[in-house]
Ligand binder design. Structure first.
Ligand code: SF4
Ligand code: SF4
Length: 156
């Protein structure tokens, strides 16, 4: 599977050499491993703050590629899709997937071996069983009342 994210021509291991706040836009985008887990809907308990992941995917997620089908103009369709930036990591890290590269680096942890920046191929994310490939249901077909029946453990 081809990788739509530009990962060529970047400083080797740039993620180990500079903090998130000093990365260029291309470097920042290259950190995304393409797992698709952030595009699954979550259920948050208002009292405990606990977040449960569901297999109910955003309407724009392609279940086969784990990519957003309209990434560049996604806000026309999904206005509340979050634009992750170094300065809003503090408020979003708590709900982000455990293996998300942004969260890992924000926590001061290394990237895993299967990350495309290390493996050299986007396919490694799927081969490692980390992505949501083939495992989602659409929010179009799944009424909100049923989301609780679709709670899953995060593949890690
Ligand atoms: S969870 Fe993180 S690494 Fe995975 S697709 Fe979302 S932003 Fe990219
Ligand atoms: S709009 Fe695209 S990037 Fe945002 S949650 Fe949906 S599929 Fe993911």
């Amino acid at each position: 599977m081809s990788d739509p994210i530009v990962r060529k021509g970047l400083t080797p291991k740039f993620w180990e050499k500079k903090p998130l706040s000093e990365m260029s836009q291309t470097e920042w985008e290259a950190l995304c491993d393409g797992c698709g887990k952030c595009c699954l809907n979550k259920l948050e308990d208002e009292d405990s703050g606990e977040v449960a992941l569901t297999r109910v995917a955003c309407r724009l997620l392609d279940d086969a590629t784990c990519r957003c089908v309209h990434y560049e103009n996604r806000h026309q369709f999904v206005p509340d899709c979050i634009v992750l930036k170094p300065d809003n990591m503090d408020s979003h890290a708590y709900w982000m997937p455990q293996t998300c590269a942004y969260r890992l680096l924000w926590q001061g942890k290394p990237l895993p071996e299967w990350h495309p920046l290390i493996s050299g191929t986007a396919q490694s994310v799927h081969d490692a069983g980390i992505s949501v490939q083939g495992g989602t249901v659409s929010e179009f077909d799944t009424p909100f009342e049923e989301w609780e029946d679709h709670i899953i453990e995060e593949p890690t």
